[in-house]
Structure formats: structure tokens, C-alpha cells
Design a protein around this ligand. Structure first.
Ligand code: ADE
Length: 258
């Protein structure tokens, strides 16, 4: 399509030709913007999501936007990152179809706004299971299926929870845990040539999916605008700037080894 992908990069088109990436939660919001950035850079991208329909529709839409002279490709796979078997299938299918794995972007996650006092055990466990346990399963499978032998790059998308995350204590705790997991894995897997870091978007990043998740308090986003220094909400595409810089830094660091 002449219009091309919605996201353009600060980096050179085609920079990641012949690279292969998995983006979890790649069908919507920040994950979809990241997938488009990677496609712009020439990557082969597997987007994964719990919802088969969402991820398939998103892949068809993105695929139709890839210019005909681009090496980029996008495929979709249903995967609930809470399920070990789904995660194993995601990695074996991606490596089977694209031949290798260079980048893993752990973006899939979810939460609902609630005062901590009102969070049920079931709700707490669901948020921790997706955001922390699911991310751990994906990192571990990336290691065993490909990166232990071949190196690679992992970027975990967390959240700006550094000073606490009121109304989001479950996800704040889970994302802080992922930040620490990131540091442990960076040290444990450094000798395998695995480079790993995290990106923490602010809660002012608006996406339709987030707005729908928060529908009981639909105006949380708009209510925050006066407190945002820029006096406007952020777009998923803006997270890509930080994402791309982290990715390229990790890619460049130690890349000569491979
Ligand atoms: N997005 C939100 N929750 C998810 C899950 N459990 N698996 C994959 N993608 C998701």
C-alpha cells in the first residue's frame, strides 16, 4: 500500500532485514505500534495474543500496509502467555516458520483499575499471572528454544510504577517484579549473548484497548490530562521511540559476537 505502515522509525528502513521478532500482545495498542515499527525496519514479526480474532485481524491489516518491495512479513498466532503449552507452541512455531529468533518483546499484559482494598484474590492472581508469570514463561522459552545457543535480545514492556501505582497496585507489583526479573536474567544470561532490558511507558499512553479495559472509569485518561506536563495524552506510537532506542542499543551491544 502506498501509504505504508502507520509507524515510521527514527532508524533506517530495512535496518532489521532478515531479523525475526515475537511481539506478545502485538494485535493492539503499544504492541501493535511496536510490531509496525519492526515491520518498517524490515523484520519478520510473529504477533501473539490471547484473542485469535484480534491478532489475526491485526496481522491482515498490517500485512496489507507493507510495501511490496519490503522484506518485512507479519504472521499471527493465538497464545495465552499464562499457559506453558501455548508459550512452547509460540516459540516452536515462530522458529519453524521464520527459521530463527532475534528479538522477543514481552508486551502482553492487562489490568483493571481498583483500590487495593477491593481487589479479590482471583483478580490479583489473574493480573500477576499474566504480567509476571506469563513474561517469565516467555523469557524462559526464548532461552531454551533459541537464545541460549544463539544469543538474542529481549525487551520487556513494564509500566511507570516507580513511585507506586495507586488504583493499579496489582500491576504495579507485577511490573516491578518484571523489572527485577529483567536484571536477574540480564546477569544470568549475559554469557549466552542475551541482552535484556525493559521500557516503562507512563499511564498517560492512550489506547482503545486500555480505555475499554478501564470502561467502568472511562474518564480516567481524560481526568489525568491537566496533570500531564504536555497537557495531552501520549500515543502508543510514541512509546516506539523509547522502544527502538533500547532495542537498537541491545542489538548493537555484543552484536559482533554473532
Ligand atoms: N493479553 C492480555 N492477556 C494476555 C494473555 N494472557 N496472553 C496473551 N496476550 C494477552
Amino acid at each position: 500500500a502506498a501509504g505504508g505502515l502507520r509507524v515510521r522509525s527514527a532508524f533506517r528502513k530495512g535496518l532489521f532485514t532478515d531479523k525475526v521478532a515475537i511481539v506478545t500482545g502485538g494485535g493492539t495498542g503499544i504492541g501493535k505500534a511496536i510490531a509496525q515499527e519492526l515491520l518498517y525496519l524490515g523484520c519478520k514479526v510473529m504477533i501473539a495474543s490471547r484473542s485469535e480474532e484480534k491478532v489475526r485481524t491485526a496481522a491482515e491489516e498490517m500485512s496489507s500496509l507493507i510495501p511490496t518491495d519490503s522484506p518485512a512479513q507479519v504472521k499471527a498466532l493465538q497464545c495465552n502467555i499464562r499457559k506453558e503449552e501455548d508459550v512452547k507452541n509460540l516459540f516452536s512455531t515462530t522458529i519453524g516458520e521464520f527459521g530463527k529468533l532475534d528479538f522477543l518483546v514481552n508486551n502482553a499484559g492487562g489490568q483493571f483499575p481498583s483500590p487495593a482494598a477491593q481487589i479479590s484474590l482471583k483478580g490479583w492472581n489473574a493480573v500477576v499471572d499474566t504480567n509476571l508469570n506469563g513474561t517469565f514463561l516467555c523469557c524462559r522459552e526464548a532461552y531454551h528454544s533459541w537464545m541460549a545457543e544463539n544469543g538474542g535480545v529481549i525487551v520487556n514492556i513494564i509500566a511507570d510504577m516507580w513511585k507506586g501505582f495507586p488504583m493499579m497496585s496489582h500491576t504495579g507489583a507485577a511490573r516491578a517484579a518484571v523489572d527485577n526479573l529483567t536484571k536477574s536474567l540480564a546477569l544470568e544470561w549475559a554469557a549466552n549473548g542475551i541482552r535484556i532490558n525493559s521500557v516503562a511507558p507512563g499511564s498517560s499512553i492512550y489506547s482503545d484497548t486500555a480505555a475499554r479495559n478501564y470502561s467502568a472509569t472511562e474518564n480516567v485518561f481524560l481526568r489525568e490530562v491537566p496533570n500531564i506536563p504536555a497537557k495531552r495524552l501520549g500515543k502508543p506510537e510514541e512509546v516506539c521511540c523509547g522502544f527502538a532506542i533500547i532495542l537498537i542499543t541491545l542489538f548493537s551491544t555484543g552484536n559482533h559476537l554473532f
